[in-house]
Design a protein. Structure first.
Length: 148
């Protein structure tokens, strides 16, 4: 699994026909359901503060609900010299500790609903009953170099 956000635009393109389930837009109870929708998202940037002796004196975690806010919020904290002065150190971005999670709700053409969750180092697949759905998702993921 990738250790950066490069896979997130891939999984968030919910209008694409290249979704995990190859699900179809379907109608249910007079409602049109998208084949894949983002159910939950969370992105967490880590900033560390060190004194002149390179001792860690503080850290800040910026938690946001979208990729767009992720970069902006982290940059704003990094640019906040008043905060760095209050903490007593120089700020630096700790990319190795950044985390993210994007949970997709998938509607299979059979009517089954299941979830695929992408995080920094794993993919979780849940709430399915038919093994054929699992096989379809695994085949889809195997064909995406961004997920290797």
């Amino acid at each position: 699994m990738t250790d950066n956000l490069s896979s997130i635009p891939l999984v968030q393109d919910t209008s694409s026909t290249q979704t995990p389930s190859a699900a179809l837009r379907m109608s249910k109870a007079e409602m049109t359901l998208d084949p894949v929708v983002r159910s939950q998202e969370r992105y967490d940037a880590k900033i560390v503060y060190e004194n002149l002796e390179a001792d860690k004196v503080g850290d800040v975690s910026v938690k946001v609900a979208s990729v767009a806010a992720f970069g902006t919020a982290a940059t704003d904290v990094m640019d906040d010299d008043d905060l760095a002065l209050a903490i007593g150190g120089t700020q630096s971005r700790n990319y190795a500790k950044d985390t993210y999670s994007c949970k997709l709700k998938c509607h299979d053409p059979s009517g089954e609903v299941y979830f695929v969750t992408f995080s920094r180092n794993k993919i979780r697949f849940s709430s399915y009953a038919d093994d054929a759905i699992r096989n379809t998702v695994e085949t889809w993921a195997d064909g995406k170099p961004e997920l290797s």
